[in-house]
Design a protein around this ligand. Structure first.
Ligand code: CAA
Length: 283
């Protein structure tokens, strides 16, 4: 089986980034969101990214135009019927995700692979609501998708070797390095990353150091490309909190307890870059 046509469900930051990467690799992409205007906004954000690449001399106008032409915004989930692969990149809510997988399972051909970009939820659980559990897999991209070279490939308990091989091949076609992890909470990426971010927030909460000092220590001292608080703002504080909650509940270990300050920021709607304010201000 060859993957040529795909649908990305969810036209937010991650979904748009995946759509851009796939279209740049020559695939036909349907970018779905529940409201057509949101799907169109996703395409517009890709157009802006491509314009920057043209301005930097990395791409010609013509190439950028061809990439955009391969992306079709839609609000009709039934359009997934013609797709070889659907990658789900909607909000990190297990109830909403399982409902979407149920609907996609009814719409798509039995050969279609259903992938999830979830950052911590169980692939096995998503597979379990479909009649094709062997064709459900985790395809976890990193933010910003067009730049980061990793796809964490997550095998659910029933995921087949064929599905895994297909998705690994696709990741390479997209210019990414696929690395496999088993289906346990947070996989490897967020099981390691989120406790570090949480600990940085605890340092701020307890007054160990200022925001800038915490980030400065980690960038200058550990050569991280951005400090943990800046990175949390990039990922989204709501996403960080929900991943920590999954780790905390599923492992039942207090070492994953989300910092109360993180929770308070989320309650205030200070979610990071996407809302213009998180640990930093972006207005
Ligand atoms: N989309 C597309 N391209 C982007 C971008 C975006 N959102 N942000 C930056 N870039 C591009 C820039 O255009 C630039 O491209 P050129 O080199 O071609 O000019 C390049 O990336 C570098 O950008 P900058 O020079 O502006 O800044 P930088 O050197 O500091 O790099 C960064 C930015 C790549 C984001 C870097 O800081 C970095 O690697 N940060 C860590 C990111 C990270 O850890 N991501 C994983 C988060 S965890 C996750 O996503 C998983 C999860 O489940 C939560």
């Amino acid at each position: 089986m060859n993957i040529n046509r795909m649908m990305i469900a969810g036209a937010g930051q991650m979904g748009s980034g995946i759509a851009q990467t796939a279209a740049a690799a020559g695939l036909q992409v349907l970018l779905h969101d529940i409201e057509y205007a949101r799907a169109v906004r996703g395409v517009e954000s890709i157009r802006t990214m491509l314009r920057r690449e043209v301005d930097k001399g990395r791409r010609t106008e013509e190439e950028a135009g061809q990439i955009i032409e391969r992306i079709t915004p839609t609000a009709v989930l039934g359009d997934a019927a013609g797709a070889d692969l659907v990658i789900e990149a909607i909000s990190e809510d297990i109830a909403v995700k399982t409902e979407l997988f149920r609907r996609l399972d009814a719409i798509c051909a039995s050969s279609t692979v259903l992938a999830s970009n979830t950052s911590s939820l169980s692939i096995t659980r998503l597979a379990g609501v479909t009649k094709r559990p062997d064709r459900v897999i985790g395809m976890h991209f990193m933010n910003p998708v067009p730049v980061m070279p990793l796809v964490e490939v997550v095998r659910g308990l029933p995921t087949s070797d064929e599905t895994t091989a297909l998705i690994r091949e696709l990741a390479v076609r997209l210019g990414k390095n696929p690395i496999e992890a088993r289906d346990f909470p947070g996989f490897v990426s967020n099981r390691v990353l989120m406790p570090m971010i949480n600990e940085a927030v605890f340092c701020l909460y307890e007054g160990v150091a200022s925001r800038d000092a915490i980030d400065g220590i980690m960038t200058l001292g550990m050569r991280h490309p951005m400090g943990p608080l800046t990175l949390a703002d990039l990922i989204g504080l709501d996403t960080c909190l929900s991943i920590l909650e999954v780790l905390h509940v599923e492992f039942g270990d207090s070492k994953y307890r989300p910092c109360p300050l993180l929770r308070q920021y989320v309650r205030a709607g200070w979610l990071g870059r996407k809302t213009g304010r998180g640990f930093y201000s972006y207005e």
